[in-house]
Design a binder for this molecule. Structure first.
Ligand SMILES: [Zn+2]
Length: 508
C-alpha cells in the first residue's frame, strides 16, 4: 500500500513542502529511499527500523520504497525520520490518520523511539501555514517555537509510540499554546545599561549618533579604555524590534539551532565572534549550510573586537554583504540567501603595543610598525565605517565621581525620535536610515548652507581629510541634525560630524 505524509524542508531561511511517499509491497524484504537524500537521510533506514521495533510495533519484512518529492532538491538532515516512520506505519495499516493532507510531521528519531528536536522549526511552520497546513506534529522541545505561528495547531510529541497513540485517538495530547502578545508586550530588559559607564560622554554621544542613523562605527583606543563595554550597551539604545523583525531574527536563530528560550527573540542581537572566526562561520555556509555570524546579527549589532587581529581575507568577505544586506552562498545545485542587515561596530588598538597617543604609557612602536598595523584594515573596508572615534581611558576622578549617568532608556528616546524622522523622510525610497543613503539621495537630502560648505572645505585643507570622508560627513551631519530635530543641516552639525573623521588624518 502507498501512503503520502507531508513534511517541511529548508531552503535558506524559508521552508518548503516535501511529500514523503512510502510504498510497502510484497517481494524481497529491503528498502530504498530515493529523491536526493543526503547521507543522514540514507542512514535513517536503520534508525527508523529499530525505533519502530523498540516501540513494540512489528516492522514489516517486505519491500519498502520511499520517494521524497520534489525529487530535484537535495534533502538534508534527520528531520524526515518521523514522517518516514509514520508513512511506513500508515502504509502497513497500523495507522489510519485523519487530515493526513493538512498535517505536517517533523522530527528525528532515536533508536529507542524518542523524538529529538531539529533546527529551523519556525521557518518550516511559517511556510506550512501559508500552504494551508492546519496541524504540525513536532518534537516536544521545538513546540514553543512552532506555536509562534498564528492559527497553527501544534502537537508536541516525545516519542514514536505516543505519536501513534495520539493519531489513533487512544491518547490525548494538549496542543502547545504561546501567548505572543504577552511575550512581546514585556519591555526590553537588558542586562546592561549605559548608566553603568562613568564619564566617556563624547563616546556615548558618538554611539548615540551611530544608533540614530544606523551608522557603522570604529572605535580606536588603548586596552582597558572600555570599548567593549560600550559596544555591548549599544543594543539598549536601538529602537525596539517590530514583530516582523523579531520573526525574521528568530527564524535565523532557529535554523542555527541556538534558540535558547525556545520562543520568539524580542531583543536586538549582539554578536561578538572571536578574531579566530573562519570565513564560513562569519559569512555562513558549510557542508550542511547554516547562517553565519553576520546573519545571526541581523537587525542587531555585529561587534568585531580587535579588528586588526582578524584574518585579512575573512574581513574582506564582509564587504559585499555589508553593502547588500544579504549574503548569497553557492552550493553544488543551488544558491542560498540569508539576510544580514546589521550595524558593524569594531574596535582596535591604535598601534601594536596599544598605547600610541596615550598618557599612561609610552608607545614603543616605530612609525613603520604603526603603518603596517593600520594597513591590516583595507581602505574599502575602512570606507564602511561612517563614524571613527578615538576612545581614551576615563580619568580617575571621573570613575570616583558620584555623578548620575544617563540611562539607556533616556538616550533611546532621542534615538527613536531621530529614526522616526528618517523613516518618514525616506518612506518612498525603500531606505530606513541615513546610513543607507545613496549618492543621489545624499545630494537631495544633505544640502549644506554656505557657512557649512566653507567649514567643510577648510577642514579638508587643514585636516587633510580623504575624499572618501566627504559623503560620510554629510550622512553623519544629517543624523546629528535629525537628533537635533532640525530640518536643515547647520554648521554646528557639520562641525561635530567632522570630529568623527579624526582618525582619517591621524593614522591613515
Ligand atoms: Zn605602540
Amino acid at each position: 500500500m502507498l501512503s503520502i505524509i507531508r513534511s517541511m524542508a529548508l531552503n535558506g531561511v524559508d521552508g518548503y513542502l516535501i511529500n514523503v511517499q512510502v510504498d510497502v509491497s510484497g517481494g524481497l524484504p529491503g528498502w530504498e529511499i530515493v529523491g536526493l537524500p543526503d547521507t543522514a537521510i540514507k542512514e535513517s533506514k536503520e534508525r527508523i527500523r529499530i525505533a519502530i521495533r523498540n516501540s513494540g510495533i512489528e516492522f514489516p519484512s517486505r519491500k519498502i520504497t520511499v520517494n521524497l518529492a520534489p525529487a530535484n532538491t537535495k534533502k538534508e538532515g534527520s528531520f524526515l525520520d518521523l514522517p518516514i516512520a509514520i508513512g511506513v506505519l500508515q502504509a502497513i495499516g497500523v495507522l489510519d490518520i485523519d487530515d493526513i493532507d493538512t498535517t505536517v510531521f517533523i522530527g528525528e528519531l532515536s533508536l529507542d523511539g524518542v523524538i529529538n528536536k531539529v533546527n529551523g522549526i519556525l521557518p518550516r511552520c511559517i511556510e506550512a501555514k501559508k500552504l494551508g497546513i492546519n496541524r504540525v506534529i513536532v518534537p516536544k522541545e521545538n513546540a514553543k517555537e512552532a506555536a509562534i505561528v498564528k492559527d497553527l495547531e501544534v502537537i508536541p510529541v516525545r516519542n514514536l509510540l505516543e505519536t501513534v497513540y495520539f493519531l489513533n485517538g487512544t491518547k490525548k495530547i494538549e496542543k502547545e499554546i504561546v501567548d505572543i502578545e504577552k511575550i512581546f508586550s514585556h519591555k526590553n530588559k537588558y542586562k546592561y545599561d549605559f548608566s553603568e559607564i562613568k564619564g566617556q560622554g563624547n563616546i556615548k554621544r558618538a554611539l548615540e549618533i551611530a544608533a540614530a542613523g544606523a551608522h557603522n562605527c570604529l572605535m580606536v583606543g588603548s586596552p582597558g579604555s572600555g570599548k567593549t563595554m560600550m559596544a555591548r550597551r549599544l543594543p539598549t539604545i536601538l529602537p525596539d524590534l517590530t514583530f516582523e523583525e523579531a520573526l525574521e531574527v528568530t527564524k535565523i536563530h532557529s535554523i542555527s539551532g541556538i534558540l535558547d528560550n525556545n520562543s520568539i527573540i524580542t531583543q536586538r542581537p549582539f554578536r561578538a565572534p572571536h578574531h579566530t572566526v573562519s570565513s564560513v562561520a562569519l559569512i555562513g555556509g558549510g557542508k550542511i549550510p547554516k547562517p553565519g555570524e553576520i546573519s545571526l546579527a541581523h537587525y542587531g549589532i555585529l561587534f568585531l573586537d580587535e579588528l586588526t587581529e582578524f584574518n585579512k581575507h575573512t574581513l574582506e568577505v564582509l564587504r559585499v554583504p555589508l553593502e547588500d544586506r544579504k549574503v548569497s552562498i553557492s552550493r553544488v545545485n543551488a544558491t542560498l540567501t540569508y539576510p544580514c542587515n546589521f550595524m558593524l561596530i569594531a574596535s582596535m588598538n591604535p598601534c601594536p603595543c596599544g598605547y600610541y597617543g596615550t598618557k599612561e604609557k609610552k608607545c614603543n612602536c616605530s612609525e613603520k610598525q604603526i603603518k603596517t598595523y593600520m594597513g591590516k584594515i583595507s581602505g574599502p573596508l575602512l570606507d564602511r565605517f561612517d563614524i571613527q572615534i578615538e576612545v581614551k581611558p576615563v580619568d580617575f576622578d571621573k570613575i570616583k565621581s558620584n555623578k548620575k549617568e544617563e540611562k539607556s532608556s533616556d538616550i533611546k528616546k532621542r534615538v527613536d525620535k531621530a529614526r522616526k524622522i528618517q523613516y518618514e523622510r525616506y518612506k518612498q525610497y525603500n531606505v530606513f536610515s541615513n546610513s543607507e543613503l545613496t549618492p543621489k539621495l545624499i545630494e537631495e537630502f544633505c544640502i549644506l548652507d554656505e557657512k557649512s560648505k566653507n567649514l567643510l572645505e577648510m577642514s579638508y585643507e587643514k585636516l587633510g581629510l580623504s575624499a572618501r570622508a566627504y559623503s560620510k560627513i554629510l550622512k553623519v551631519s544629517r543624523t546629528i541634525a535629525d537628533l537635533d530635530g532640525k530640518t536643515n543641516i547647520e554648521v554646528k552639525h557639520v562641525a561635530e560630524a567632522i570630529q568623527y573623521r579624526n582618525l582619517d588624518r591621524k593614522y591613515f
